[in-house]
Write a protein that binds this ligand. Structure first.
Ligand code: PMP
Length: 344
């Protein structure tokens, strides 16, 4: 069965008439605002732009994607949740993702009542392509497939040819989560024109340095974006967050400089870690973190904690592995010197 958005969208949401504020309809003519029961005396009294238009225009220029193909969410976490709520029939539909990966695919899928299908990535963290996956991709109850590239926590990107293969083998939505793509060489954004079932998620939380502001973006067909817009909370992104993001986009050189600095630090950290006796393996990464296999990860984790350094224990998913975010040069030096003392 070929991809068909109206087969995917839940029936009760197809006919939903969304909440609309008077300002949506009459914003161009507005001078005196007596429509939204705000406090007129406060500088922060007005509701934010529910359509995030300025921000979408700015992103459209940067990413060469039309504004109609962009939706802004309260972090990409909100977009993951909205996507699932749009298409998952609780107790019936299935959602597929490949482990180890970002934990919210499972959590949000379970909240939406989906049956979760977890397939392990291969030993080198690539997609388990083959007849089993082919069969799952053809299941008519499969509604959403999550791919994460670069993948959290493994740090590797998925080959684009394999992303294409998944997109063309299923009538489900294929979400490529590119939270870390600004640190990597490749993005799937240019596949949007070819594959209607593609959703690319990006975020302001990583390379853009605005995790505190909570802003994520979905890039997808304009039909899918229109449906998502109808079910999103009207004022999901604050005025402050929208303007912080716009400022960041205006000084995009600062973002690219910081990306370069983080990548250089990642490379330095990778080399230095690989030399430590307690380190068995540093997995190659195209993100702003490193997955590191230690001989005794639990002990190293506790030891770092005792020195006030918090890393992420991922040893349940990847044996003996800790995930370490690339910090400032000073923080990275503190980490390295602590680990050297652990070995001494
Ligand atoms: N996707 C991935 C792969 C992530 O690692 C994270 C955050 N750790 C997110 C999405 C969530 O990002 P946001 O801050 O935009 O909600």
């Amino acid at each position: 069965m070929a991809y068909n958005l109206s087969n995917l969208v839940l029936d009760h949401l197809k006919g939903l008439s969304p909440y609309s504020s008077a300002r949506d309809e009459f914003s161009e003519r507005a001078e005196i605002y007596l429509d939204a029961n705000e406090n007129p005396f406060s500088p922060y009294g007005r509701y934010p732009d529910p359509s995030h238009l300025e921000l979408r225009k700015s992103l459209s220029a940067l990413r060469k994607v039309s504004t109609e193909n962009i939706l802004i969410g309260n972090g990409s976490d909100e977009l993951i949740d909205l996507l699932l709520r749009l298409v998952v029939r609780p107790g019936r539909d299935k959602v597929l993702y490949f482990t180890p990966t970002y934990g919210m695919y499972r959590v949000s899928a379970e909240i939406a009542g989906a049956k979760t299908l977890e397939m392990p990535l291969s030993v080198d963290f690539n997609l388990p392509l083959g007849p089993t996956l082919e069969r799952i991709l053809k299941d008519p109850d499969l509604k959403v497939v999550f791919l994460c590239s670069p993948n959290n926590p493994t740090g590797n990107t998925l080959p684009k040819e394999e992303v294409r293969q998944i997109l063309s083998s299923t009538s489900a939505l294929v979400v490529v989560d590119e939270a870390y793509a600004d640190f990597a060489k490749e993005s799937s954004l240019d596949l949007l024109e070819t594959y209607e079932n593609l959703v690319v998620l990006q975020t302001f939380s990583k390379a853009f340095g605005l995790a505190a502001a909570r802003l994520g973006m979905a890039y997808a067909s304009k039909e899918l974006i229109a449906y998502l817009r109808r079910i999103k909370p009207p004022y999901n992104v604050s005025t402050f967050s929208q303007s912080l993001a716009l400022e960041r986009l205006k000084s995009y050189e600062t973002v690219t400089e910081q990306i370069q600095k983080i990548i250089k630090e990642r490379q330095r950290l990778e080399k230095a870690l690989a030399k430590l006796p307690s380190v068995l393996h540093v997995y190659p990464s195209e993100a702003n973190f490193l997955l590191v296999e230690f001989s005794e990860s639990k002990e190293v984790f506790q030891y770092l904690l005792s020195r006030s350094i918090v890393v992420r224990d991922r040893s349940k998913e990847v044996p003996r592995a800790l995930r370490i975010t690339v910090g400032t040069p000073k923080e990275n030096n503190q980490l390295l010197s602590a680990l050297k003392k652990y070995n001494a």
